[in-house]
Design a protein. Sequence first.
Length: 408
Amino acid sequence: MNVATFMNLFPSFPETYVLWHISELVRSGQEVTLYAERVDRAPKKVQPEVAELDLVSLITSPPEQGKAKQERVLSTLHAMTRAAVRAPSELVQALGILSDSKGLGFSQVVRHLGWLDVPAKHDVAHAYFGMQGRRAQLLRDVGALKAPLVTSFLGFDLTLLPMKVPDDYYRRLFRRAERLTVSSEYMRMQLLALGAPEQKVDVLPLGLPLRRFKFEQRHYEEGQPIRLMTAARLSEIKGLEWGLRGVALAKARGVYVRWDIYGDGELRDQLFALRDELGLQEDVIFHGFQDMNVVREAISHAHLALFPGIRTDRGSEEALGGAVLEAQASGLPVIATDAGGIKEGFVPGKSGVLVPQRNAEAIADAIEELERRRDEWAVMGTIGREHVYENYDCARLNERWLELYKSL
């Protein structure tokens, strides 16, 4: 099957789950073309699949990218002329997007018109994030892309972006795309609330390659601290403030605990200050951004994973919580909040403990509970691994994706 995939940046984009999904398509023998809006010609870090599967050779980028201004202008005029000949009424409709200053900007429209010669051989087009879905639909509107369109909504494009754009931002995409997918039931409800037709919406995650995560059963040795770990951006949505307060309460109750946090972000200084204010300098270690191999090594030494995510004041929440899946894939019992779709990613009471968001006492209670249940950690880790295998392993999910593609 020939699949056209649309994304923002490649190969260094941060959405690892998109990369894993594309990699699984390639491994299963599909012919994949990557239509990247921007190409990072000198990425600092990329996932190993990029070299392993030679994904860079699959990239097609708009021809005007990187050219001098005069060449870009000529390329733009050439592309618009061809579009006017091919599908004049559709071109007028597509360029009507420009009347919305908060919508797809002129430079973005032009960049995508540079793709007017998208091969007609594609069996299906798959856009990652709603914005790329709109852009792929623009190509269909002007006759450049003739394949049926699947758009995966993956997070902020449903929770945060709709607050910044007009109410009809996705209307055209909802009406014309063949399928709209999300990773959780929570996200499905968000999509329906924006007006998506229910019959077009599928809950179908991208998944993670379970084979890449080493499974280890967790055991506790007397005299050790209970080692918590979190890999997350230091941002509001991750709720790390509440994690710090919960750890401080657990420590005050006599629990010997250490929390290792991997990641960086805009709240770094505030979180450092709060840690020091709570007297946790020796108990909470911020390791900053680290290579994935370093994080995986840290996971192997941890006992539990903590994910205190919240719904932000702007309405953003986790779509599913990929880090929750990765922790369970590695055998870690989890403590996670009920924000967004996080609770769908594990088995509360069996592979971890579910706590209400913005509740430090509940986090401390969960740490105490799992300290008492430390003889169950190995069983909890096994249940978590099985949950990920059954529901989120991208090799198994790839079969469902191919069935969806073929149905179109």
